[in-house]
Design a protein around this ligand. Structure first.
Ligand code: AP5
Ligand code: MG
Length: 214
């Protein structure tokens, strides 16, 4: 099964993805997590991406397409994957179609997580993340068992540099202008499924599973 999560920053892509990949035994391919790992490791891509990410803009299409092209060839992707944060522009979406065509593969469903923009700033500014795993918490809505520590490893949680009220506005604008048009792109292909992403995390997950299984 090959899936895409489409949704604004803070809509819950990462939170829902972690549950879904466990249940469906597929891998989560979060381009945001991959870029943050590259920044931490100071690789060539990381050095290029750092300032762009901190400003809230999108990293260049060629870089993102290169990352995904290589990643979907890895052996752990044979049972399927969930793209979390890719594609994010029409160029990325068209290129993904090309890459999949070449491999005789296709996307089964695109899940659009729909949230009122007014809720996003609060979700994002209160988020704390465990960088190595991508697990996300929220100071108020989804607190860790021990303050400031990851539930599974006990390691420190961090505050993403782009999770400030100012940068959220830039990220939302990038989403509106460059990513939201993909809702139309996948609707035309007949594979888009809308999921109301407001409410309790588990309640939303039930909706996501229902949409995937439709
Ligand atoms: P990325 O890491 O993908 O960030 P994003 O799209 O802005 O999305 P987020 O990770 O912020 O939100 P999410 O939807 O995963 O929400 P989460 O589950 O964490 O990308 C970062 C940057 O990398 C981009 O800005 C760009 O520069 C670059 N980049 C990445 N991919 C790219 C691409 N393809 N092309 C170009 N550039 C790219 O939840 C958010 C918070 O809300 C958490 O605290 C969570 O606990 C809480 N929460 C979740 N669900 C609920 C709920 N139901 N109720 C209350 N709180 C909730
Ligand atoms: Mg995320």
């Amino acid at each position: 099964m090959r899936l895409i999560f489409l949704g604004a920053p803070g809509s819950g892509k990462g939170t829902q993805a972690q549950k879904l990949v466990k249940d469906f035994k597929i891998v989560q391919l979060s381009t945001g997590d991959m870029l943050r790992a590259a920044v931490a490791a100071k690789t060539e891509i990381g050095l290029k991406a750092k300032a762009v990410m901190e400003s809230g803009m999108l990293v260049a299409d060629e870089i993102m397409i290169g990352i995904i092209r290589d990643r979907i060839k890895e052996p752990d992707c044979v049972n399927g994957y969930l793209l979390d944060g890719f594609p994010r522009t029409d160029v990325q979406a068209e290129k993904l179609d090309e890459l999949l065509n070449e491999r005789g593969e296709k996307i089964d469903a695109v899940i659009h997580l729909v949230v009122d923009e007014k809720m996003l700033t609060q979700r994002i500014t209160g988020r704390r993340v465990h960088l190595p795993s991508g697990r996300a918490y929220h100071l108020e809505f989804n607190p860790p068992k021990v303050s400031g520590k990851d539930d599974i490893t006990g390691e420190e949680l961090t505050h993403r540099k782009d999770d400030t009220a100012e940068t959220v506005q830039e990220r939302l604008e990038a989403y509106r202008n460059q990513t939201k048009p993909l809702v139309d792109y996948y609707t035309k292909k007949g594979i888009l499924k809308e999921v109301d992403a407001i409410g309790e995390i588990d309640e939303i997950y039930t909706r996501v599973k229902a949409a995937v299984s439709q």
